[in-house]
Each structure stands twice: as C-alpha cells, then as structure tokens.
Write a protein that binds this ligand. Structure first.
Ligand SMILES: Cc1ncc(COP(=O)(O)O)c(C=O)c1O
Ligand SMILES: [Zn+2]
Length: 425
C-alpha cells in the first residue's frame, strides 16, 4: 500500500471529492484512498481525511435537498448529485414541545430520520458507501445487517442498477424481512445472531474482493455518511450546535460521526465553536457500551444480545471504544433501558408528538427520560434526540401494548353503547 500525506492525490486514486487519504484512528499512519479498512501497521480502523475547501453557508444552502448538499465534506465524486442514488437526508427536525412538557424540558428537538427513502438513517451511510464503492470499481453492494441496513442496501443497489447481497439474522422483524426482499437482490437469512452474520460477512469479504461490503471493506466511507445527521441538525437549528444530543448505539458509528460532523462545522467556521455533550442509548438486553461506561472501562466486553430492539442488537460493537472517547470527552453518558421501558417510550413519543419511532427510537426516548431523572441531562439545555427508524417496521414490539377496541355496528346507538361519545377527552 502506498502512503501519502493529506493534500495530494495519489496517481490512479479514486476521485472522491475533497477526500485525500485514509488515516489510522490508532497510530495516525496515512494510506492512499482505496477499499481498505484496517491499518497495515497496527490493524487499527481507518478513517477518511480531507483537504477541505473554503465553504460558506450560502454554498451549502444552494445545494440539493438531500445529503448531497454536503458533498464537499464527504468522500464522494463531485458530480454525485446527478448520479442514481436514493437521495437520502434533509429529514425534518421537529420541535418537540409536547414531549418536552411531559419531561419537564425547555427546548427539545427530534431529528426524525424515519423520513428517509427506506425509513431509517441507514440510507445516508449506504448512499455514501455506494458512491465511493462505485468510484473504486465495485459492481456488487453487500452487507451484514440488523435490518435497516438491509433495506437501505437493497434499495440503493436497485436504484443504481447493480447487484446486492444482503445478509441478516433469520429472526428479524417480518416487516424488515419483507421490505428488503421486495427489492429483488440476493437476500440471505442466517441462523444466528448479527455478530455471527458479521463474522460470516468478514470471511466472505476476503473471498469476494469485488464485493463492496458497505460496513466491512468500505466502512471508512460508509461511516462518514452519518456526519450528515450532525450537519443537518446544525443547519436546521439556524447554523447552531445543540447543547446536548442523545443518539442510539449499535456499532456506535452514528454517534461518533455526529460528533465528528459538529467538529468539522466548527473547524470550518460554519457554526460558532461551543461545547456540546453527546449521550448514548442502548437496550439493557444489549448494553456492552453502557456497561463499559458505567464501570469506567476503556474496552467494551462483548455480550450476547437479547432485546426487542433488534436494530441495535450488536453484541460486539466496532466503534464502542470510540463512543466511550466521545462521550467522556464531551461530558456525556451512556445508559440503557429495558424492553418494557422501550415500548413505553415508543408510546410516549407517539402520544406526545405524533411521531411513531421504531424500537431504536424507543431506546433513545427511554434513555432521555432516564438521564433527566438521574440529573445527568440538563432539562434547561437545548437538546436533540435522534429518531433513527420507523415504527411501522417494528409493529410486533408495540402490538401487545396497544389495545384496539372490538368493531361496532355502523349506528349511532352502537357508537353510544360502546361509550365512544363520552366527555373524558
Ligand atoms: C434504527 C437504527 N438506529 C440506530 C442504529 C445504530 O447505528 P450504529 O451501528 O451506527 O451505531 C441502527 C443500526 O443498525 C439502526 O438500525
Ligand atoms: Zn495504525
């Protein structure tokens, strides 16, 4: 592998906008852009480094209504907006006064990423991975997934007209199975946990060097897609950073990259540099990062997941140690909530805001509530929470808790007899 310093583009290197090199998150060694994910010196994970141009708010505001308005800050070709992609992003930031009132908070916002093309934030990371992979000559888009990534990869490959190979644990929610299969790529259900599927994918990535496993061999590019959540939040707040943000954790990449997105905006002078605190949310049945945080460990001890929050059921999270770094550096925390608390929180969000989040959203709202009660989150500070996926994909989680009354005859008498015209609302 040739090495280079940021600022030059190696001859024959992929044309990925302002991205200049890959650099090791552990030892800092840089290497040329390419389909690499581990440092050849210390095996540490690689991340993309850039030579950013001068960029103004107006430049960004004149861009497309998708993540491609931030293309100069991503490892993608300059003409990305005119290529066939699912054009994710630009989702709504909802002022959550109803939920804030219930929780005794002053200024709360929900970044509602269920509004993406396949209804989760995964469309962001996949669109960036696809752009980089295509530029590097890959013809197949693949992934191991806890469900939402499967939807996003299958849809993005269909849009781009390339093959997909998607692998998931067989016990996923039926909604996530069907909403992947419908796109018609190669779909593999595996008898095992996500961590088993991930291991299989890593072995297959070694056998099929022409397959771009978005979260394995092109992971440095994929992960950068989550910066756009941070960029959008800041832009939608009127080019301002929030004081606190609560983010769900599976691998931990989303949390780490939202923080990186905030840092880059501050470095580029696009927002005022001020402190922000990052909080992480896990389900108790899969809470290796919360455990490491509470015990003061630097490493994350893998667990075997058992929770209704299947999208977050990664027992051995790749970015776990980096989550701990971000959370400790910014003065945040990581906490977890039980399955009944997740269901309760999904219903709380729906009842107070008219937003139906998936189980990951329930985890995030549940942790928001828990950290307010414990005094770790400041109720007076401006806070953003991420709703990263759509409740329609995890219906079984709430079905037992939601009662639907029996059908009545279409008469006023039957309506009254059933007690529906009471005055208790
Ligand atoms: C809905 C949802 N939210 C959050 C996450 C966590 O993302 P990350 O693996 O980047 O921590 C996932 C991961 O699959 C997800 O599907
Ligand atoms: Zn290294």
């Amino acid at each position: 592998m040739t090495t280079q310093t940021a600022g030059t583009r190696a001859p024959g290197a992929p044309r990925l906008g302002n991205a200049r090199a890959l650099s090791c998150r552990e030892c800092g060694k840089t290497s040329a852009l390419g389909p690499h994910y581990a440092c050849d010196e210390c095996f540490g994970p690689l991340e993309v480094s850039y030579d950013f141009p001068r960029l103004t708010r107006a430049d960004i505001e004149a861009g497309p209504h998708s993540i491609w308005r931030y293309a100069p800050l991503l490892p993608v070709p300059r003409d990305i907006a005119s290529r066939p992609t699912t054009e994710p992003g630009y989702t709504r930031l909802v002022r959550a006064d109803g939920l804030a009132a219930e929780l005794g908070m002053r200024r709360l916002w929900i970044k509602d990423d269920s509004g993406n093309p396949t209804h989760s934030f995964k469309d962001r990371v996949v669109a960036v991975a696809l752009a980089a992979a295509t530029e590097m000559g890959f013809k197949v888009l693949a992934c191991p997934s806890t469900g939402n990534l499967a939807n996003a990869v299958a849809a993005a490959a269909a849009r781009a007209g390339i093959r997909s190979v998607v692998m998931v644990p067989a016990n996923l929610e039926k909604q996530k199975i069907l909403t992947t299969a419908v796109y018609g790529g190669t779909f593999v259900t595996v008898d095992g946990t996500y961590d088993d599927v991930n291991r299989l994918a890593s072995e297959l990535a070694g056998e099929h060097e022409d397959w771009a496993f978005v979260n394995v061999n092109v992971r440095p590019y994929y992960a950068e897609g989550s910066k756009t959540l941070g960029f959008e939040i800041a832009e939608q707040l009127g080019w301002r950073l929030p004081d606190q943000i609560v983010v769900p954790i599976a691998s931990g990449a989303q949390l780490v990259k939202i923080d990186k997105g905030f840092s880059e905006l501050a470095e580029l002078g696009l927002v005022e540099d001020k402190p922000w605190r990052v909080f992480g949310a896990q389900a108790t049945g899969c809470s290796p990062v919360a455990e490491a945080f509470s015990k003061g460990w630097d490493v994350v001890r893998p667990v075997k997941p058992s929770t209704i929050a299947k999208s977050l059921a990664i027992g051995n999270p790749a970015d776990g140690p980096y989550v701990l770094d971000v959370v400790r550096r910014t003065g945040g925390a990581v906490a977890d909530v039980s399955d009944p608390e997740i269901v309760d929180s999904i219903r709380l969000l729906a009842r107070t805001q008219g937003v139906f989040g998936e189980t990951a959203g329930g985890v995030t709202v549940g942790v928001l509530r828990k950290l307010l009660e414990s005094g770790q989150l400041d109720p007076d500070a401006e806070t953003v929470i991420i709703n990263s996926g759509d409740g329609l994909k995890t219906l079984d989680a709430v079905a037992p808790a939601v009662s639907v009354p029996a059908a009545i005859k279409p008469t006023v008498a039957a309506f009254q007899a059933a007690g529906f015209d009471g005055t208790d609302f």
